[in-house]
Design a protein around this ligand. Sequence first.
Ligand code: COA
Ligand code: AMP
Length: 643
Amino acid sequence: MKTPTYAAQYAASLHDPEAFWAGLAGQLHWFQEPPRPVLSQDPDSGLDRWFRGGKLNTSWLCLDFHVQHGRADQVALVYDSPVTGQVRRYTYRELLDLTSRFAGGLRQLGVGPGERVIVYMPNLPEAVVTMLACARLGAVHSVVFGGFAPHELAVRLNDAEPCVLVCASAGLEFDKVIPYKPLVEAALALANHRPDHVVVLQRDFCPAELVPERDVDFRYLLQAAPVDAVPLDATDPLYILYTSGTTGRPKGVVRDNGGHAVALKYSMAAIFGMQPGETFWAASDIGWAVGHSYSVYGPLLHGCTTVLFEGKPVRTPDAGTFWRVIQDHQVRVLFTAPTAIRAIKKEDPTAQLARQYDLSSLRHLFVAGERCDPATYAWAGTTLGVPVVDHWWQTESGWPMLATPVGLADAPAPRAGSAGHPVPGYNVQIVDESGRPVPAGTTGLVAVRLPLPPGCLPTLWRDDARFRSSYLDALPGYYASGDGGYQDAEGYFYIMGRVDDVINVAGHRLSTGEIEELLAAHPAVAECAVLGIACELRGQVPVGLVVLKDGYNLPEEQLQQELVARIRERIGAVACFRQAAVVQRLPKTRSGKILRKTLRQLADGEPFVLPSTIDDPAILDEIRAVLAARGIGQAFAPRVPLG
Ligand code: COA
Ligand code: AMP
């Protein structure tokens, strides 16, 4: 069959979205085909929904379908764990067997359609089995990144109200053992909602004590009789994934079953150019959207082999580990974050280690999670000898919005610094604050004209109002992404960073608003501002500027230690909050709004226009002096070039 062109697919997707997506839905097996129209509005909320009335099961499509269609003995999942020294392979038949048994075990614990199950585990095959088992039963999983502290887990317990929590007894960060069970117990003590059962996967290097009656051994549940997949409505939720918003309350992004399956299957072929049977590796944690979509669901929906990696790009055991995995598992496409490439480049600038492996299986490197700076882009391309594709998406979209869809013919070639072109289904526009498109080359807000295509969040968990106010109200007729950027005259898009209080630290999305709320709760802090300042390795790191309450004159060193410990304890080490400085006052507009953007530009040594609304410009000079004295920020820190 002739490969469709990018231009033709893109035009078709915008001209008649219903026909376009109905055609792609036909590539999946439905227990009941979705009736036309395939796009309609939810009668209660009025929000757009795809494929209402269709019935399917995502776990069935990921497993049973392939077992019944000739892939039973193909490897579905490779678990490669340099931190434990293990490599395990699971065929589609084996993964189905484990999943249907574990689903049977969960059902014995009372888990049924619509119930929530929280998963707090490292990148383990058992975590994937848990996700697929929930999907099989129609239960809604919510995976919480293992690097989050108990407080974050408790917030999610309260919001999702799960009946079961599934965890591992421990994780491994390099060679450091992180016992998870005490973190779970601490979260349960903090939470208002507690699940009836905690299922524990015992890891032999750090087994946990089980609480009688409440706790169940993961392996015990695997002895249950297998159960069949439950037919679900296309609009039933598959999972909730919490992501940072601009406040301390994370947003529960909901993913449905039908739109998600259709969009992900399409993306595997059109965007990543994957054929069923080939190996795809998203080097992400299952706690993030990338892990959900491209370590678990996308590759399995498409009949690929997925690699689940428990390790880091460096020091597990060295900066050649990614290249070894590509060689050992014949990876066709690697998907990672630019920060991982920067970490490798820092340790092996001349890419000596890459030369020790056979990388000939690799066709493309895809990067996302933050803007890929041109130097990293160039280094990766030269090292790997394959095209590097920067592509843009968010937890909310669940799949790429901008990319170079390498599976479509004649897609414009990728370019350093650009996230490419709109993916079919996404009418991406750069607009001003009143929603008017801006001319090429002008920076504005990155927005997507409604309706969003299948796969994107239909709403936030139990909060349609927050969904509307967060994404739809600011720019009527559009989904507001929260990112800023521009489009050049040739149509390439450039995403330049968030326009709200969200920052990206080593590809992890964090809320400066949440960090501010936690710092402000320290008894000595009168007010504060948290900035995401540029970091050569992690992209951005948070830094706090605090004003002390009158009468508090804590030594600055001690205060910083207390504030750093507070963020580590409440959000987790992953926030990388390591610096706080005391300032006399913060720059504000005359109406009292802290000028965070100006502060960030000041710290990063970027030129900025003095805001006309600033109440006292002299404050900026005071803060510049404090930052310089403390060596905080690009403008002041001694520069150690990477690579
Ligand atoms: N469980 C417990 N702790 C975790 C954790 C987890 N799953 N993940 C990270 N942490 C801890 C780390 O141990 C570290 O703790 P420390 O301050 O006590 O040393 C802290 O959080 C910061 O972690 P990280 O930012 O990962 O730093 P690092 O030095 O361990 O590794 C990189 C740096 C760049 C190698 C790493 O951040 C990385 O691989 N980034 C890529 C991320 C990515 O792929 N993002 C996905 C989206 S596509
Ligand atoms: P997350 O929801 O964690 O996937 O983070 C989404 C955010 O990461 C986006 O809103 C962007 O700010 C940023 N991001 C993701 N991919 C890219 C990219 N290719 N270029 C620039 N920023 C990106």
